[in-house]
Design a protein. Structure first.
Length: 424
């Protein structure tokens, strides 16, 4: 059965497109169950991050690819023609290659960044809990996780601290220089914000405030770094004191609007404010960029900063691609073998049915008092005829059709040494 990967990422689609296709965490289970309820969709998992939304599925036939597309368009309320300009699609080995490269950090905005592996593991866990994952995707994701571990162990792809978070902090240093006199507001308390907080601390930031919907979670991030934790509702009264604002939440609507930022700037007497919105959908209204004294960046704007820090990872990436290529071949060999296993299982089940039927008849003969030797001869003769019936019919059909190639394949499969006659 075909394996398909369908989606968009930071290369194929701008942030305006990606935020329309993003799936919220609290809807994922229902969406996955709905997806595998579609005709000919047997398994499914969805990776949805700020940089990508991707569906991985095992489908019954090629026609089901259109089912996946229509489902994505329907659930995200977008048109298929509009989406076509940004969408990519991979099948079988290409789909396997894509997921392995994604988990290894080879398809990320920041080459080799480790966060995507955790996000892929979350997607896998979501699919397991929703019951949308089966034998094939389970094996595929486990292989992808193993490849990511091997790449990090055997190459230097993760040796340098290059990430979206690191790029954001690097930009802050470029704008303010020494951060020892500055205050930063970090909105959210996920992995990205935690990483930003650590980098800012390492750069000697004077003061840090972490705002989150759940203050307890903000405190978990803040306490080890000597930062202050506040609720999202307290942001307006604290915003004017902050020189650096970095936001990364899963909120469906913007948290910071143009009006609140404008009021903060007036209180600051137009001292510059550096803002980075790492969220998809965006946490900061795009109109904020129109304000004077504000430097607003999105994840897409960080590309140039990130590129400067990638040179040391290029050789490691080439080594990682070799690992991925080898593991693709191993997985595809396993995947191709599954069709054979199904055939073998059905063949064995039929053979066992034949065995049980013939054995039952033989036992009835013995119960009627027939001679054991005659009953055993009947058992052996009948069972042999049952077991060789299908191969015999296949050989006869191939011979009648003059299909020497098929005859040769049957000969090898049945260990019948007749190649000289088949190939005069």
């Amino acid at each position: 059965m075909p394996i398909v990967a369908l989606g968009v990422n930071h290369v194929s689609a701008p942030i305006e497109v990606r935020e329309r296709l993003a799936f919220a965490a609290d809807e994922m289970a229902d969406r996955l169950r709905d997806l595998v309820a579609q005709p000919d969709v047997d398994e499914a998992a969805i990776i949805s991050t700020c940089n990508r939304t991707e569906i991985y599925a095992v489908i019954a036939n090629e026609a089901a690819k259109r089912t996946l597309l229509h489902w994505l368009c329907r659930t995200r309320k977008v048109g298929a023609d509009w989406l076509a300009a940004y969408l990519y699609e991979y099948t079988d080995a290409d789909a396997v290659r894509h997921l392995l490269r994604v988990c290894a950090g080879l398809d990320s905005l920041v080459l080799g960044e480790p966060q995507i592996l955790g996000q892929a593991k979350t997607a896998y866990q979501d699919a397991c809990e929703a019951g949308s994952i089966g034998r094939t995707l389970d094996r595929l994701f486990q292989n992808a996780f193993s490849v990511a571990k091997q790449v990090r162990t055997e190459t230097e792809i993760g040796a340098n601290p290059v990430s979206v978070a690191f790029a954001a902090v690097s930009l802050a240093k470029q704008i303010f220089g020494d951060l020892s006199a500055n205050t930063a507001l970090l909105i959210g308390a996920g992995d990205t914000i935690e990483l930003c907080a650590r980098h800012l601390k390492e750069q000697g930031l004077h003061r840090m405030v972490i705002a989150n919907r759940t203050v307890e979670r903000a405190q978990t991030v803040a306490e080890p770094l000597g930062a202050e934790a506040i609720a999202l509702g307290a942001i307006p009264e604290r915003l004017a004191a902050c020189d650096v604002v970095i936001s990364s939440t899963a909120a469906p609507l913007p948290i910071l609007g143009k009006g609140s930022v404008e009021r903060a700037l007036k209180s600051r007497r137009h001292r510059p404010m550096f803002m980075v919105d790492l969220a998809v959908p965006r946490d900061i209204e795009p109109e904020v960029e129109q304000l004077k004294d504000v430097y607003l960046y999105t994840v897409d704007d960080l590309r140039d900063v990130i590129d400067e820090n990638l040179r040391s990872r290029q050789e490691a990436a080439r080594e990682a691609e070799d690992i991925v290529a080898y593991r693709i071949e191993r997985f595809m060999a396993w995947h191709r073998a599954q069709d054979g296993l199904d055939i073998l299982r059905h063949y064995r089940e039929q053979a066992e049915l034949d065995r049980d039927e013939v054995l039952a008849k033989a036992l009835r003969r013995l119960a009627r008092g027939e001679a054991p030797a005659e009953t055993l001869a009947y058992l052996a003769h009948t069972l042999t005829n049952r077991l060789i019936h299908s191969p015999t019919a296949a050989i006869r059909a191939a011979a009648e059709a003059g299909d020497r190639e098929r005859l040769s394949a049957l000969s090898r499969a049945l260990h019948v040494s007749n190649e000289d006659k088949l190939n005069p």
